[in-house]
Ligand binder design. Structure first.
Ligand SMILES: [Zn+2]
Length: 306
């Protein structure tokens, strides 16, 4: 989803506190190797020495007063919709990768939430991302890669926690959020002041993050200029695709609904069709990151998937 909570709402405090929080989380980097000796048999990244792990975090709560805005082809005006924000940590024997970072942790200080998108959305943060990383013994500033599905605020809200991670984004997305025309794309670099200093690998297609086919970024354009999804081959769980905002909830997926604010409607529909074929060919399950009902069925951190 897109929110209009931008620099105007939180500029100063957001910039300062995000950087401050980055510092607050500084402590000796805890890698899978270093945590193994003391964390045997407990939740944490230790067992990733043996294989792949996926941690699921709750990274925002979103109430929508009219879900018709997500799919004009369905006649559902005035229907309320509850969405969740999701973000993830992948622990691979060769390193760690964050996938999306949720709404800004600062919203946790506003339990009543804030309004966005002409009051259509009420945004809340009930658990901070920082606290959920802390609970599994991983310092965000030790994470090797930072994959962002796209740069809407509910996905990049805590990028400041990951100042050392190599950003993995499609070239078009990077240009639209940090390039000279970012404001024309509705993006304000002042809202994510640390990001330009991150090392970056600009992608121009799919990317096999660890070189073994188990963690693959999939180019999935349409929602934004350089939107992407994440394919995971988990040995015990099976193959899954983390949706980014290719779709927002299950009915939306079935109806091939395209939100009014998508960057390219035709490309979105084409990507949905290609994704459907990909899911079938790879026997993969689509995990829709904003789907509240689906999220409620998942095991959240400190538990994990293997
Ligand atoms: Zn979103």
């Amino acid at each position: 989803m897109k929110t209009t909570l931008r620099a105007t709402a939180l500029t100063g405090t957001l910039a300062i506190s995000l950087m401050g929080m980055g510092c607050a989380t500084e402590k000796p980097a805890q890698t899978p190797e270093t945590s193994a000796s003391k964390a045997e048999g407990t939740p944490g990244p230790a067992a990733a020495e043996k294989g792949l792990r996926l941690y699921v975090f709750e990274c925002g709560d979103i109430e929508v007063s009219d879900d018709a805005i997500f799919h004009a082809n369905l006649n559902t005006p005035g229907v309320k919709r509850h969405l969740i924000g999701s973000c993830y940590l992948i622990v691979h024997p060769k390193g760690t990768m964050a996938w999306d970072t949720g709404l800004p942790d600062e919203l946790a200080t506003k339990p009543e939430g804030i309004k966005a998108m002409k009051d259509l959305f009420t945004l809340r943060v009930k658990k901070t991302v920082a606290s959920q990383y802390q609970a599994i013994g991983v310092a965000p500033d030790s994470v090797k890669f930072l994959g962002i599905s796209h740069m809407h605020q509910d996905h990049r809200g805590n990028v400041g926690l990951f100042p050392h991670s190599t950003l993995l984004v499609q070239k078009e997305e990077y240009e639209s959020v940090l390039g000279p025309d970012s404001l024309k794309f509705g993006n304000d670099p002042a809202a994510y002041p640390t990001l330009k200093a991150n090392p970056v690998k600009k992608l121009e297609g799919d990317f096999d993050v660890f070189g073994d086919g188990s963690v693959v970024i999939k180019r999935a354009l349409g929602h934004t200029p350089g939107h992407q999804a994440l394919f995971l081959k988990l040995p015990k769980t099976g193959n899954i695709l983390l949706s980014g905002d290719l779709v927002h909830f299950t009915d939306n997926w079935k109806a091939r609904g395209v939100p009014a604010w998508n960057f390219d409607k035709e490309r979105t529909i084409k990507t949905m069709q290609e994704t459907d074929q990909f899911l079938q060919a790879n026997h993969a399950t689509l995990w829709i990151q904003h789907d509240y009902e689906q999220s409620a069925t998942l095991r959240h951190a400190p538990g994990f998937y293997e």
